[in-house]
Design a protein around this ligand. Structure first.
Ligand SMILES: Cc1cc2nc3c(=O)[nH]c(=O)nc-3n(C[C@H](O)[C@H](O)[C@H](O)COP(=O)(O)OP(=O)(O)OC[C@H]3O[C@@H](n4cnc5c(N)ncnc54)[C@H](O)[C@@H]3O)c2cc1C
Ligand code: SF4
Length: 326
């Protein structure tokens, strides 16, 4: 497929990037690795006249356990020795994103902002022309839940739930200054207005608190093909135990709703045995999942698998097994 035409700009500093954004108003997209955005451009989805590339911005580079530059590639993060030592579960989850080719180009910032997914949206312009389009593309109605208010496309990034349970925040720059947003407050319940980022804001870095390095954490992912695919369901957990007793316990899911679902179980289960509450926690995560019929696997199966994968992950983490996927 041939890309639609656009003008590419490659600023050298964040200030220059923000100036360009102000100049182009709504008619631009940021581009990092382009692994998600350019596929949508090939499909002629929501095209803009200008792309502002982030690859030359040194402020977005660098990988340290407390601060990951938004422009760091997934491969740079997961191969960093300090990250592997402090955040093995995050590195393991990264290695289950897409394929090596995509991880060499795709960035951590782009991963957090990956476009929400739906069978009626992730299609060529030819397909949309024959089957009908929806309000996330050219039309004004949703084809999954017929109405004109909300898009139910699934948030399907792998890393948001892992970073959420690690207590991560994102550092954001805009013409109005800098701000920090906890990842648990970032996503919004609409597949079009997906998150709290303003059009002229960009993510500079992902910040992980130092104390999170002590958490046992991991991620489990259900997908059609283990070689490549986006999650049909993903669940992350982080815990700190004293013996078998819970001191900290957090879980999050992806790809079973418009936004990742996050629950901090610390207050409700502190002091209890992890093995005693694992099923209660997994059942609670399942009850919060609200998948729609817009990805490959059946809705009921994706929802049931939240409980199965979550329970296995909790027990594996408690028993010191840090594996990520099935
Ligand atoms: C075949 C294939 C399989 C894939 N499988 C998976 C998968 O299994 N799991 C998964 O999570 N993802 C998957 N992806 C999606 C994607 O490749 C990755 O999530 C990747 O990390 C996106 O990063 P990028 O730098 O390429 O983003 P881009 O495509 O450059 O950008 C994505 C979006 O983020 C915005 N953006 C990027 N960086 C910034 C920033 N710093 N500030 C503000 N806005 C920004 C862009 O404007 C765009 O809207 C897959 C993609 C492909 C092509
Ligand atoms: S959920 Fe509805 S509006 Fe959103 S992409 Fe799918 S069909 Fe379009």
């Amino acid at each position: 497929m041939i890309l639609a035409p656009f003008e590419l700009h490659r600023p050298e500093t964040v200030d220059e990037a923000l100036r360009l954004a102000a100049e182009f108003g709504p008619d631009f997209d940021w581009i990092a690795g382009g692994t998600d955005l350019l596929q949508n451009y090939k499909n002629r989805l929501n095209l803009k006249g200008h792309l502002i590339a982030l690859d030359r911005l040194s402020d977005l580079q660098g990988v340290k356990p407390g601060r990951i530059g938004a422009g760091a590639t997934l491969a740079e993060v997961s191969s960093n020795p300090d990250m592997r030592e402090r955040f093995p579960g995050l590195c393991d989850a990264i290695e289950h994103v897409a394929s090596p080719l995509v991880r060499n180009a795709g960035t951590i910032g782009g991963n957090l902002l990956v476009e929400t997914r739906c069978h009626y949206f992730n299609q060529t312009i030819f397909w949309r022309g024959t089957k009908g389009s929806c309000m996330k593309a050219e039309s004004d109605e949703c084809l999954v839940v017929p109405q004109k208010e909300t898009c139910y496309a699934a948030y399907s990034g792998d890393l948001a739930p892992v970073l959420m349970v690690l207590g991560a925040s994102i550092a954001v720059a805009s013409p109005r200054g800098n701000r920090t947003i906890p990842l648990t407050k970032f996503y919004r319940g609409d597949g079009i207005e997906k998150n709290a980022l303003e059009k002229d804001e960009l993510i500079v870095a992902v910040e992980i608190p130092e104390e999170s390095a002590g958490l046992r954490h991991g991620y489990r992912k259900l997908r059609v093909r283990d070689t490549l695919d986006y999650p049909e369901m993903g669940v992350a957990a982080a815990m700190r135990l004293k013996g078998d007793r819970i001191e900290t316990l957090r879980c999050a899911t992806t790809a079973v709703d418009v936004v990742p679902q996050y629950v901090d179980f610390t207050d409700s289960h502190a002091g209890e045995s992890l093995h005693d509450v694992a099923d209660v926690v997994a059942t609670e995560m399942q009850s919060r999942a609200d998948p729609r019929k817009n990805t490959s696997m059946p809705v009921g199966y994706r929802k049931k698998m939240v409980r199965v994968f979550c329970h296995r992950l909790l027990v594996d983490l408690a028993e010191g097994r840090m594996v990520a996927s099935e």
